[in-house]
Design a protein around this ligand. Structure first.
Ligand code: DGL
Length: 270
């Protein structure tokens, strides 16, 4: 049974890339809901309905374990799927997100106790990061900034151009103005690793940037060690299949930027 990796579009490929680096022996199915992207600006109900539909699709393709490699879906849909849907539709299957692994370890990085979060409007307004961080590190202060222009900049291949500098500077300035002691920032969106060089350019050097790919991959690796029953069900043939709900030729063109190598996808009708 392959491990399912889901995202609203391309962003989850930055997570899959790191997962495959750490766990190359497993089989994977990636599903990008490009026909309905972006999720970051949509309501709770819509993100939940779309995400559940995609998770069920991955279940029907044989996945026993699905990773929501999308912060917006993890923020707005994961808890309901885990608590209400799974017991009813697939009690033995598992769905994991990308927010918890990052919030579990953030306390190890900050010395001042002030953490910044950058994410889509949906992720920020859900308050998922402050809520999750509070569970592990109640003493930390969390400061958030929605960056609604960053995903469109990446999606439109503008991430290396001057327009990106403008919006990155603007949002970083706004985040840092919330507290002078912020010393650790979480990139809470799967698209943001593509902006990392420009983000670093505008951040003081003493600030630690946490990008999710490696963190999620390590957490998954640890999860599979701790859950031998699930691990046993995951097939180990080293394959990756890519599916998109939009046109595969468009997906393949853009996907390699996120994944690092060429990608050949198939169309999937939900
Ligand atoms: N992948 C989404 C995330 O990590 C961002 C893209 C979107 O808005 O659909 O939040």
């Amino acid at each position: 049974m392959p491990i399912g990796v889901f995202d609203s579009g391309y962003g989850g490929l930055t997570v899959l890339k790191e997962i495959v680096k750490q766990l190359p022996e497993y089989d994977y199915i990636y599903l990008g809901d490009n026909a309905r992207t972006p999720y970051g600006t949509r309501s709770f109900q819509t993100v939940y309905e779309y995400t559940l539909e995609c998770v069920q699709q991955l279940f029907s393709m044989g996945c026993e374990l699905v990773i929501l490699a999308c912060n917006t879906a993890s923020a707005k849909a994961l808890r309901t799927i885990q608590q209400k849907d799974l017991p009813r539709i697939a009690p033995n299957k598992r769905v994991l997100g990308v927010i918890r692994p990052t919030t579990e370890i953030v306390g190890k990085y900050t010395k001042t106790g002030h953490v910044g979060i950058l994410g889509t409007s949906g992720t920020i307004t859900s308050n998922s990061y402050p809520i999750e961080i509070e569970k592990f590190y109640p003493q930390l202060k969390v400061h958030q900034e929605a960056c609604p222009m960053w995903v469109p900049l990446v999606e439109n291949s503008e991430f290396e151009n001057e327009g990106a500098d403008f919006y990155i500077q603007k949002n970083l300035k706004s985040l840092l103005s919330k507290n002078n002691d912020i010393d650790t920032i979480i990139l809470g969106c799967t698209h943001y690793p593509l902006l990392i060089n420009k983000i670093k350019k505008y951040l003081p050097q003493n600030i630690t940037l946490l990008s999710q790919g490696e963190i999620v991959a390590e957490s998954l690796s640890d999860y599979l060690v701790r859950h031998a029953d699930i691990n046993k069900k995951c097939s180990k043939g080293g394959s990756i299949e890519f599916f998109t709900t939009d046109a595969p030729e468009n997906f393949d063109k853009a996907a390699s930027v996120f994944f690092g190598t060429a990608v050949q996808s198939k169309h999937l009708i939900l």
